[in-house]
Design a protein around this ligand. Structure first.
Ligand code: SF4
Length: 353
């Protein structure tokens, strides 16, 4: 893919100067704000992230405050934003910055890459936006925009295509304003070069864009065929004590690791949820009253479509057998103090209503 530069920096930056949105991480920017916003924005829209970002910054105003926080406080502040691994990565990165770099985020892309949870995209984004490094940060959004701009017909899901797009994107990055260039590509992808209906008529790069010239903008980028979502059935069990507190367990693994959830078990095909819920009660070693079926909740994750049968029972005694992982009884008005996923919130609502 040895092709000439398109020379997009000048029109792109001129457009960005007039069109960029006023976002909280762009006001009085700092490396810490850049890091938090970049992690929050992965797989999540700007509109969703803004209130979370503002609350998170109010709670953890700098790297030192985040590093000193406990895991529950961090996951609580992230609750509802999904992809909880990002919260754990951010927390671990803040601790590493304090331990290894005296509390100051390193400016160098390679050193940023060595922080826990920072992949090539995040390290490049922070290095360029916060420190002006001449690098190109390529995420899914940038891959779509550059595949169209350069007219690339190979699948953007292939690592070789991504690497080629990154190299061609890097060739376009100006020595000055590298951070603005990267943000401008992201902004263009979010507001003009949209996934389904690219707004070529309003695009500052229309005269440079290979896909637009070829009339292929809406057909690019090419994606590899995806496997469908896995259908999963689970049973969740709300055990409630005499004071209305609910037994929650901390998830140890998977997408929701670190969050607090109802005891949950995956169901074999066609297995009755009630039997499984009884099994959970036995495993917990609790004495519980009659099991009441409360109905079902459904939640779509990236790769899974989960239907949960929700059960509730009164606990006769609060003693719970020791097992793997943390367990705690929590009153509903304390749910906001720990990290609870949207999926668990739905199940709790159904169980407790
Ligand atoms: Fe995207 Fe169209 Fe602009 Fe090309 S001209 S970058 S396809 S919006």
């Amino acid at each position: 893919m040895s092709a000439p530069r398109l020379g997009i920096a000048r029109p792109l930056l001129a457009w960005y100067d007039g069109a960029k949105r006023d976002l909280p991480w762009r006001r009085a920017p700092s490396p810490y704000k850049t890091l938090v916003s970049e992690l929050m924005l992965q797989q999540t829209t700007v509109a969703t992230v803004v209130p979370y970002f503002e609350r998170f910054l109010a709670r953890f105003p700098d790297v030192a405050a985040l590093a000193a926080a406990n895991e529950d406080d961090v996951t609580a502040a992230w609750s509802g934003l999904g992809y909880y691994r990002r919260a754990r990565h951010l927390h671990a990165a803040a601790r590493a910055v304090v331990e290894r770099h005296g509390g100051a985020l390193p400016a160098d892309e390679e050193t940023l890459r060595a922080l826990p949870g920072l992949g090539p995209y995040t390290a490049a984004a922070v290095a360029s936006i916060a420190f002006g490094a001449r690098t190109f940060a390529l995420d899914g959004n940038g891959a779509r925009v550059t595949a169209r701009l350069f007219g690339v017909r190979a699948s953007i899901d292939r690592p070789a295509t991504r690497e080629a797009l990154r190299a061609r994107g890097l060739a376009e990055v100006p020595a000055a304003r590298a951070g603005d260039f990267n943000q401008a590509v992201m902004e263009l992808g979010a507001t003009v070069c949209a996934p389904r209906a690219p707004g070529c008529a309003a695009c500052p790069l229309a005269r440079k864009c290979v896909a637009h010239a070829a009339g292929e903008a809406a057909r690019l980028p090419v994606r590899s065929p995806r496997r469908g979502k896995r259908l999963v059935r689970v049973a969740c069990f709300a055990l409630v004590d005499g004071a209305g507190r609910v037994l929650l367990v901390r998830r140890q693994a998977g997408l929701l690791a670190g969050t607090w959830a109802l005891p949950t078990v995956e169901l074999e095909e066609d297995a009755p949820g009630e039997d499984a819920a009884r099994g959970v009660v036995r495993e917990l070693g609790v004495t519980a009253g009659r099991l009441v079926a409360r109905g079902e909740v459904r939640h779509i994750f990236t790769h899974r479509d989960v239907t949960a049968e929700v059960f509730r029972a009164q606990a006769a005694a609060r003693r719970v057998r020791d097992g793997q992982g943390a367990r705690r009884w929590l009153a509903p008005d304390a749910f906001a103090t720990v990290g609870i996923s949207t999926f668990t919130r739905k199940a709790l609502r159904l169980a407790l209503d």
